[in-house]
Design a protein around this ligand. Structure first.
Ligand SMILES: NC(=O)c1ccc[n+]([C@@H]2O[C@H](COP(=O)([O-])OP(=O)(O)OC[C@H]3O[C@@H](n4cnc5c(N)ncnc54)[C@H](O)[C@@H]3O)[C@@H](O)[C@H]2O)c1
Ligand SMILES: O=P(O)(O)OC[C@H](O)CO
Length: 374
């Protein structure tokens, strides 16, 4: 960082950063609230935070955007919490991003490719992005992290922010931590840390975009396994074992995909802490619990629609995406937990298989970037 650069990475005292949040679900709305309260306090940011809303009509016949702007509350995805008057909902994606030089992406991962394609050529060339999205795409060449999708399609740098962050708790300003992952540009990471930090939301930065993003992405698969265990009333020891095995598979998978991934990242909020909170209190765990209690007879799609009222699970599609990567490489046996979670979620195996696979689980370690048995 140069000596003339301020703590927020702004070396030009006349330049003000303008923030737009792309997404307005449960976490998207909480992020907009948190950012809106900070932009009012930080002199190098414009007060207004624009929030792109995927427009929908409420049962009352009103548009969600109109209700958010009138009542200052996202009544569908974050009821009971005021967002702050400087958070402005906008149903027009291109209009929402056009003036922003700090773009916060926070939608379910399955919608991001379509969103990015609509934004090609529409964002400022000097914009910086951050992704709060836990998920990935799988292409012919292999996995494509959402931050890479944003960077490649929009031609802008993209950091990530992940952590033990159940949105409804942060909305109530309960203490938690998060991790920013960045590549090379420390001063940009510091600007994001400054923009997100509050007394109840403690953010730190590590130079490991892929490690941070894969932690946030893969823990959702382990959360499904934890939910199956809960739904089968298997107890705390079993759940702890699933979390340990899951963490190990997260680390091995991440390091096989990106040799740059650092072991220490797994000890940050984005790693072990997010795994724990998701396996205790997340939506993936909750719906997987119901799936197991129904003996796998009701699909995840059906349960998601019934239990989450429009909110989206990330774990089921991530388990499928991870499985595609594993099967292309012939690695299923190296990742028995990830493989079994996918096979249970599509009904190929019963929920009880979540512990049965362990009888023939190979132990493995990483030696010079490749998986080896030990
Ligand atoms: N909710 C949490 O506690 C939490 C915490 C940390 C990270 N995350 C991550 O943040 C990301 C966003 O999750 P969320 O909780 O804000 O969303 P959500 O699951 O609460 O809401 C779903 C959102 O998707 C939108 N949507 C529906 N159809 C769409 C379409 N066709 N195109 C675009 N958008 C559409 C809805 O309008 C809604 O805003 C996910 O990757 C999630 O894993 C969530
Ligand atoms: O509710 P989940 O399972 O989508 O998890 C929410 C967050 O990712 C927890 O950090």
């Amino acid at each position: 960082m140069s000596p003339t650069t301020a703590i927020d990475g702004n070396s030009n005292p006349n330049k003000k950063f303008k923030v737009t949040v792309v997404g307005s679900g449960n976490w998207g709305s909480v992020a907009a609230k948190l950012l809106g309260s900070n932009t009012l306090k930080l002199s190098s940011f414009h007060d207004e935070v624009r929030m792109w809303v995927f427009e929908e009509t409420l049962p009352s016949g009103e548009k969600l955007t109109d209700v958010i702007n009138r009542d200052n509350e996202n009544v569908k995805y974050l009821p009971g919490i005021k967002l702050g008057r400087n958070v402005v909902a906008d149903p027009d994606l291109v209009n929402a991003v056009k003036d922003a030089n700090m773009l916060v992406f926070v939608t379910p991962h399955q919608f991001m490719e379509g969103i990015c394609k609509k934004l090609v050529g529409k964002v400022r060339s000097d914009a910086e992005a951050i992704s709060l999205i836990k998920g990935m795409e799988v292409k012919m060449e292999g996995p494509c992290m959402i931050s890479s999708l944003i960077s490649e399609l929009l031609g802008i740098n993209c950091c990530v922010l992940m952590g033990a962050n159940i949105a409804n708790e942060i909305a109530k300003e309960m203490f938690s931590e998060a991790t920013v992952g960045y590549r090379e540009h420390r001063e940009v990471a510091e600007r994001w840390v400054n923009l997100f930090s509050t007394t109840y939301f403690i953010v730190s930065a590590v130079e490991d975009v892929e490690g941070v993003e894969l932690c946030g992405t893969l823990k959702n698969v382990v959360a499904l396994a934890a939910g199956f265990v809960d739904g089968l009333d298997m107890g705390n020891n079993t759940k702890a074992a699933i979390m340990r095995i899951g963490l190990r598979e997260m680390r091995v998978f991440s390091k096989l995909m990106f040799s740059s991934v650092k072991d220490n990242t797994f000890f940050e909020s984005c790693g072990v802490a997010d795994l724990i909170t998701t396996c205790l209190g997340g939506r993936n765990r909750k719906v997987a619990d119901a799936f197991a209690r129904n003996g796998g007879k009701r699909s995840f799609d059906e349960l998601e629609a019934e239990m989450l009222q429009g909110q989206k699970l990330q774990g089921v599609s991530t388990a499928k995406e991870v499985y595609e990567v594993l099967s292309k490489r012939g690695w299923q046996e190296l990742f028995p937990l990830f493989t079994t979670v996918h096979e249970i979620s599509i009904g190929r195996l019963p929920p009880s298989a979540i512990v049965e696979y362990s009888e023939h689980t190979p132990n493995f370690s990483l030696v010079e970037g490749s998986a080896q048995y030990y």
